[in-house]
Write a protein that binds this ligand. Structure first.
Ligand SMILES: NC(=O)c1ccc[n+]([C@@H]2O[C@H](COP(=O)([O-])OP(=O)(O)OC[C@H]3O[C@@H](n4cnc5c(N)ncnc54)[C@H](O)[C@@H]3O)[C@@H](O)[C@H]2O)c1
Length: 380
C-alpha cells in the first residue's frame, strides 16, 4: 500500500526540473511506500510558476514560499532556490514539522549551516541534502569497492570539476542561473557550487578531511549586476585548487574552475590504493575504470567496467544489461531512498549534518586561500 506524500517545491529552475522529474518517475521504477503528489510549486515570477505547474502537473503555484510552509497539507518541502535562501526556508520548514530535501551547498557558510542543523535536529524531521553524484551507480560502486577493501590502504584522492561558461566578461552576476556569480546569493564561487560535490563524494568514499591548503583566483574582477544594471566588484572565486589531508592518512588534491576552455562539466576523480585504483568521469558516467595490481601481469591493465548489470548499484531497477542510465536518474535514486528511509524512520545520507561537514571543508578552503596558510577543518 502506498501512501500519498504531498510535495511543495520551492524553485522551478534547473534543479526544480530534475526534482520534479524524479517525483514523477520514482513509482514507475522503485517499490517505495509513498506516492509523491505534486501539490504546489513556488518561484519568483508568477507566469513562470504557473507555466511550470501546468507543464509538470503541480496542482497549484505561488510566489510566496511561506505559503508552502504554512500549508498543513504539505509533507515535504523541496528547496531548489539559490544558496542564500536555503537557511530561512529550511528552518521555517523544520519548525513547521515538514520533511526537507535541500539542494547543495547546504548554506552560504558554516555558521548558517550550523543553525540549520540545530533547527532540523531539534524538530526531528527527515532531511536530505541533494549531493546527487553519490547516487550515480558507478560512484556508488566505487564506494562499495573501497568498503570491501579491494583498494587496500588508500594513498591518494584526486578530484577535479571543470567548466568554461564564465570566461566572457559579458556574463552578468545576479539573476536566474547567474546568481552563482553574485557572492551575496552564492556564498562562494566554484567552492560551494562545484567543489562541494567533490568534497561530499570524497569524504563519503575516503572519510573526513582534517586539513586544507588552498589558493583561489577571481579572473574577472567586475561584472554588470543583472538586477541593479551597475558594474560591481565580483566577490566569488572563479577558480580554486586545494591540497588536503584525510584523517586516514591519505592525501587529497582538488581543483575546480569555470575557466577551463573546452570543458562543460568535467567532474572526474581517481583514487589510488595499495592494491588497486579507481577512476571515474562524469562525461562517461556509466563506466568505472579499475586497475588491480593483483591481476596476472600478462593481462593486468586498466579495465573499463560498464555499469549496467543488475547486480550493480540501482541497475536492477532500470533496463536490461548493456543499457545505461544517466544524470536525471540520480535524482530518482535520491527520492526513492529518501522515501524508503522516511517510512522506516531512518536517516538518509547525506543528511544536513553530513552536509555541515562538507560546509566546514568549504569554509576552511576559503579561509586558507585568504590567509595563504594551512587551515584545520572543524569537525561537525
Ligand atoms: N545537485 C546539483 O547537481 C545541482 C545543480 C545545480 C544547482 N544546484 C543547486 O540548486 C539550487 C538552485 O539552483 P538552480 O540551478 O536550480 O537555480 P535556477 O536559477 O535555475 O533557479 C532558481 C529558482 O529559485 C527561485 N527563487 C529564487 N529566489 C526565490 C525566493 N526568494 N523565493 C522563491 N523562489 C525563489 C527562482 O524563481 C528560480 O525558479 C542552488 O542551491 C544550487 O547550488 C544543485
Amino acid at each position: 500500500m502506498t501512501k500519498k506524500l504531498n510535495v511543495g517545491l520551492i524553485g522551478y529552475g534547473f534543479m526544480g526540473r530534475t526534482h520534479s522529474n524524479a517525483y514523477r518517475k520514482v513509482n514507475h521504477f522503485f517499490d517505495v511506500p509513498y506516492e509523491p503528489v505534486l501539490k504546489v510549486v513556488c518561484g519568483l515570477v508568477e507566469d513562470e510558476a504557473k507555466a511550470f505547474a501546468a507543464k509538470w502537473g503541480y496542482e497549484s503555484y505561488t510566489t510566496d514560499w511561506r505559503k508552502v510552509i504554512d500549508d498543513k497539507n504539505i509533507d515535504v518541502v523541496d528547496i531548489c532556490v539559490p544558496n542564500n535562501v536555503h537557511a530561512e526556508i529550511a528552518i521555517a520548514a523544520a519548525e513547521a514539522g515538514k520533511a526537507i530535501c535541500c539542494e547543495k551547498p547546504l548554506a552560504l557558510n558554516a555558521t548558517q549551516a550550523e543553525e540549520m542543523v540545530e533547527a532540523i535536529e531539534k524538530a526531528g524531521v527527515p532531511n536530505i541534502v541533494s549531493f546527487n553524484y553519490r547516487r550515480v551507480p558507478a560512484v556508488t560502486l566505487a564506494k562499495q569497492l573501497i568498503d570491501e577493501g579491494r583498494l587496500g590502504r588508500i594513498f591518494h584522492y584526486r578530484a577535479v570539476f571543470l567548466q568554461d561558461w564564465t570566461i566572457s566578461p559579458n556574463v552578468p552576476q545576479g539573476g536566474m542561473a547567474t546568481w552563482r556569480l553574485d557572492v551575496k546569493a552564492a556564498g562562494s564561487g566554484v567552492i560551494g557550487d562545484l567543489l562541494a560535490h567533490c568534497i561530499d563524494t570524497a569524504m563519503w568514499h575516503n572519510g573526513p578531511i582534517s586539513d586544507v591548503c588552498a589558493m583561489t583566483e577571481t579572473f574577472i574582477k567586475q561584472r554588470t549586476h543583472a538586477e541593479t544594471g551597475k558594474v560591481e566588484p565580483v566577490g566569488i572565486d572563479d577558480a580554486c585548487t586545494f591540497f588536503c589531508r584525510f584523517e586516514n592518512g591519505s592525501l587529497g588534491n582538488f581543483e575546480s574552475t569555470r575557466y577551463a576552455r573546452g570543458h562543460k562539466a568535467l567532474y572526474t576523480f581517481e583514487i589510488n590504493g595499495e592494491h588497486a585504483s579507481i577512476a571515474w568521469d562524469l562525461h562517461d558516467l556509466h563506466r568505472l575504470s579499475y586497475f588491480d595490481h593483483r591481476d596476472e601481469s600478462i593481462v593486468r591493465g586498466w579495465r573499463s567496467v560498464h555499469i549496467t548489470d543488475s547486480d550493480m548499484p540501482y541497475m536492477d531497477k532500470w533496463w536490461v544489461p548493456g543499457l545505461q542510465i544517466g544524470y536525471a536518474e540520480t535524482f530518482v535514486h535520491q527520492v526513492a531512498e529518501f522515501m524508503e528511509n522516511m517510512a522506516q524512520g531512518k536517516p538518509t545520507p547525506p543528511t544536513f549534518r553530513d552536509a555541515l561537514a562538507t560546509q566546514y571543508v568549504c569554509d576552511a578552503v576559503l579561509a586558507s586561500a585568504k590567509k595563504k596558510k594551512w587551515e584545520t577543518v572543524k569537525k561537525p
